[in-house]
Design a protein around this ligand. Structure first.
Ligand code: COA
Length: 210
């Protein structure tokens, strides 16, 4: 069994030019590869952060599948027998006043989400804003979309903030240090927590007077 799998893997050939042309949809071509800040097309994109209504729950639930899929390679998750990942519960976002769900759109298309809590995850403080989940779809990454959305999320709520990443999510830590660094002009702190509350870096800052 193992041997035959190895054989079929070896048989895989590089994708040919003409095969690529088949999947080269016009909207994909519109986005040039963004390898450096110079390549970004931010000015041409309309990035929106929209509060998610209860009717948006099914969309958010589907986007959460992609989010958890991204995490699956970091933390070793599998899909259930029905082919879906277990996603964080959503209903409470429209029941608890301290939970705030947002959808992200780029040029009117779904491009991610941000779920915010007013409740610290690492201290008893119930006034602290916490980024519970944050996601940018792959097509839109490394073009400043995440930074634009995060800035809007921060500007929406004033006060003490806490942003957490798992140790294994090093890309997210680089992202948040960069975004929060720019947003606060370097006036933020970072702590490392490694206990039952959380395992990874936590950036904190206060935007009350921004
Ligand atoms: C992390 C994430 C939100 C970044 O979104 P994005 O739109 O690609 O981020 P931006 O383009 O605004 O990046 C801003 C800066 O963050 C840093 N950064 C972003 N993604 C990075 C990556 N994968 N590796 C290293 N640095 C990264 C870079 O400094 C980048 O600036 P540059 O492109 O000029 O180098 C996105 O990759 C994502 O949704 N990941 C999966 C879910 C996740 O990990 N969420 C965070 C949970 S804490």
């Amino acid at each position: 069994m193992k041997a035959s799998r190895a054989v079929s893997l070896r048989r895989l050939e590089p994708v040919r030019e003409e095969q690529l042309a088949e999947i080269d949809a016009p909207e994909v071509r519109r986005l040039p590869p963004a390898r450096t800040p110079r390549d970004r097309i931010m000015p041409a994109m309309t990035v929106e952060l929209v509060r998610a209504a209860k009717e948006d729950a099914p969309v958010l639930r589907r986007l959460l599948q992609y989010y958890v899929y991204d995490f699956s390679e970091l933390v070793g998750l599998d899909v259930s027998d029905d082919g879906r990942f277990t996603t964080p519960p959503l209903d409470a976002y429209w029941e608890d006043a301290w939970r705030h769900p947002f959808l992200a759109r780029v040029d009117g298309k779904h491009a991610g989400f941000a779920l915010v809590h007013q409740r610290s995850r690492v201290t008893p403080d119930a006034s602290t804003w916490d980024v519970a989940e944050f996601f940018v779809m792959r097509k839109y990454r490394r073009r400043g979309v995440g930074a634009a959305l995060a800035t809007r999320v921060f500007d929406t709520f004033r006060g003490p903030w806490e942003v957490r990443q798992l140790f294994v999510n090093e890309a997210a830590t680089t992202f948040w240090r960069s975004v929060i660094g720019a947003y606060t002009k370097g006036r933020f702190e970072e702590a490392i927590i490694d206990d039952d509350r959380w395992r990874g870096p936590v950036q904190t800052f206060d935007n009350s007077n921004r």
